[in-house]
Each structure stands twice: as C-alpha cells, then as structure tokens.
Design a protein around this ligand. Sequence first.
Ligand code: SAH
Ligand code: SF4
Ligand code: F3S
Length: 497
Amino acid sequence: MYKNYIKFILIMDYNNQYGKEVIKMLLPSLEKARSRTKKEVLIKTNDYIIKENLKEIGLNKKYFIKTYGCQMNEHDSENIKAILEDMSFEYTDNMEDADLILLNTCAIRENAHNKVFGYLGRIKHLKETKPNIIVGLCGCMAQEEIVIKEILDKYDWLDIVFGTHNIHELPNILEKTILNKKLEVDVLSIEGDIVENIPVKRDSKYKAWVNIMYGCDKFCTYCIVPYTRGKQRSRLPQFIIEEVKELVKNGYKEVTLLGQNVNAYGKDLDINYNMSNLLQDVANTGIERIRFVTSHPWDFTNEMIDVIKNNVNIMPYIHLPLQSGSNNILKLMGRRYTKESYLKLFDKLKKEIPNVSITTDIIVGFPNETEQDFLETLDVVNTCKFDSAFTFIFSPREGTPAAKMKDDITLEEKNKRLYQLNELINKYALENNKKYLNKKVKVLLEGISEKNEDMLMGYTDTMKLVNVKSPKSNIGKIVEVKITDVKTWSMDGIIEK
Ligand code: SAH
Ligand code: SF4
Ligand code: F3S
C-alpha cells in the first residue's frame, strides 16, 4: 500500500515519562516533496474507511482542535472534525476539557511556527496533570523536516503527527497510538492524490469552503506551500458541482472555491475544462454567492472576467496578490509577471467588473530588496489603492530557494518598510470604505458581532465587514443594509424599514 511513499521506519529504544518505548515513523522529506513527475493523480472515492471497531473509540471523550493558517487549513479542520465525530468523539471548545487535542498548523512564516511551539508549551503543562490525553500535530508544519526533528528532540511527549496527505487515515493513526502508547509520526511526502469521500462538519450553516484544487506547482522562490501541499491537482468538475448542489439543497447561501491558484484550475486535467467553465457551472447551480481564492495574476483570462461580470451570483471581489511592485524582486520571487502586466490586469478588472473590490498580499524585505524596489511597491499601492491587503516581512523557509539568498537588509529596516506600507494600505482602505457611507449594500448576516453583542456581523458582496443593528432572527439571511459609519477595517449599518 505504501509503495510510492518515502518510507523510513526507525525503530529505536525510546523511554520517556509517558512510557512510550518505540517510535515508528514515516518522516517527511523536502527533497521528495519537491519532485513533480508525470505520475497520474488518482481520484479515490472510497479511501476513507472507518473500521467497525473504531466507530465508538471516542465514546464519552472530547476533542479540541486549534487551526492556524489559510482557508485550506480551516477546511481541513472541518474534515478532521467530521472524522473524529465518526469515531464518536465530541467537540469541545475548551482545551482543558479535551481528551484529544489537535493542532492543525501552518508553515508559511516563522511566526506561525513560533506560535505553535509556544502553544505546545501550554499543552505540555496540561499533559503533565492529565497524562492520558492524546496530543497531535498535523497540517503544513508536519510536512517539514526541521519541525519533525524539533519534535523528536524536544516535544517527544506528543502522541501523533500526521501531514496534509493522509487526513483520511486519521482513524488508523489514532488507533495505533492508542493501542501502542507510542509516538506515531505518519507524514507522507508525496505529490498527492485526491480523496473524494472524506466527511465534513462545516463550521457555518450559511457559507461553505469548497476545495476545487489541491497543491501548487508555481514554486515561488520564497514559498513552502508546494512542498507541504504537493502538486497541483484539480478536482473533477462533477464532484465540485455535486458538492455545491448539495449545499444549495441544505440552505447554504455562499460558497468560496478554494485553491492556491484558482485561475489555473483544470490545467492538469485532460478534459478541456477551465476556471471560467467551472465558475459558470457553479453559478448555474443557483447558489446565491460565489467567491474564489486565490487568484494568481498569471492565468487570469478574459473568459473568466466575462463570466464574473455576467453572473450576479459571482461576487465582485478579487484577491490578487502583488507580492512586490519591483520587477527585479518579482523576478527573484519567480512570480512570472511584471509590475506592468499586473497593473494592466488590475485596470482591466476595475474597468470590466462594476464595483469590484480588489485586495492583495505584499511581502517586504525580500532578500536584497533595495529602497528603490520598496518605493516601487509603494508606487503600485498608490496606483491601485487596494481595498485592503495582507502585508508580511519576508520569512526564510528552509528548503526554498529564497532562504539561501544573501540578505543584507536589517530587520530594523524591514520593520520600517512594513510600517510605512501599512500606513498607506490603511489610508486607502479607509478611503475606499468612505465611498460606502449612506449607501445601501447587501450583507449576508452570519452571526453575532464580536465587538457588540447586540449587533450582527456579515460581509458585503465586495467582502467588507459590516456590523449591523438587527434582530438575531436575521442570521443566515442576505439583507439590505444602509451604511451609517465607516472605519478602516469595518463598517456599521442599519436595516431600514
Ligand atoms: N497562493 C497564493 C498565496 C498563498 S500564501 C498566491 O500565490 O498568491 C499567502 C501569502 O503569504 C502569500 O501571498 C505571500 O504574500 C505570503 N508568504 C508566503 N510565503 C512567505 C514567506 N516566506 N515570507 C513572507 N510571506 C510569505
Ligand atoms: Fe506559494 Fe506561489 Fe504557490 Fe502561491 S503560487 S502557494 S505564493 S508557490
Ligand atoms: Fe499555511 Fe499551509 Fe495554508 S503553509 S497558508 S496552512 S497551505
């Protein structure tokens, strides 16, 4: 069964305070994770199997899961929750109450790592008082060699480690650790297949994540994702459409189609079907709102733009990562577009899609980013006046080409650039929001507002967060809201009678 997997089995004497004696491991390999072969992607429609004897293994036991990282990880956690509930575990949002604690981790930047290791420190204290709890780490960090090394060196009290490719095997992995009382490390560094029958327990009753593709083949020089998530694999359209139809039937109002490069959807399939075809077919299901993330500026076709503007249920909102405004840096990043081609696409989107809002991601302090390079990034921000942006300081990720690049920019300088960039981003975010004052917008009310218990919160078509004075009975409805106040990151509104 494991013939394609890089497989190291280490059997060693191992004693620790929890009486684990043997470790058996499938360890990740960055070398292996980097490879891209012509191996066919297998669509597995019955690989998630739960054995009879595991269906009640979690009876009267509770699980707690903490999720870091992107929407894909959020959605993976929804799968993990459903799998655990298939095993009769019950959800708790209080870690202290849990018999099973899982951290679904993100590897994108160093601070994501630090947060997880910090949190593990807290869990260790808990485990000292409750030695029988099972503690596991999964997600993108589990796919990294250095993380596994650190776990084996310093966090050997963990019970399970599994990666992004074998979530569907969680029941068997758990069984092994429960029976054997040993640390189970099961991480596969493979290009990846698609398992179609993993169950899902969605966090929301109104909006849903739908994976349309997995992995990434772009290999931007700074990015760890192609190593942690495997090669680009598009789901077959019929599975996606089926899933969306089911969501419509169950009263869902919104779907977000997920992928690292959604515009490249379908390129790995041999059925002559692309992202514009998929968007059209998803629009035809009649679901009220469709979003999609993330669009790489590469591969954004005119057909896609036409489909977006011709279907009222495809939201006028595009997340279009820029990363840098300097052609030198874009080249070093391996982004495959120039400042000029980005601006051209940006203009086209603004012109063609009425009222579109566009957000972005920007990295400052990439190795050798000069003051001039940085000023070019500010220049693009001044031209595009983004609705908002996620901004980051470059973080070297072991195994990626950029981590080996010489870097002579001080952290102080990088912090200064980030601050300066954020000031500008905030200025335009507020400026854009001000255009909404006194206007009427449609908002899908999702739940109680975090800032005020008497208000509800939701998002506009254009992905603006709005806090609304409204009775709770409106939760789950798309309502017309009049904007009464705007801030940098949110707005307030009322429902007029
Ligand atoms: N697939 C998306 C991005 C996914 S990662 C795309 O290509 O646009 C989300 C964001 O994290 C990236 O857009 C980038 O801005 C940031 N990021 C990724 N790797 C990083 C690193 N090593 N250091 C700092 N930021 C990084
Ligand atoms: Fe990372 Fe680039 Fe792939 Fe986005 S496109 S996930 S930044 S490698
Ligand atoms: Fe993080 Fe993995 Fe997503 S590295 S950003 S959780 S794909």
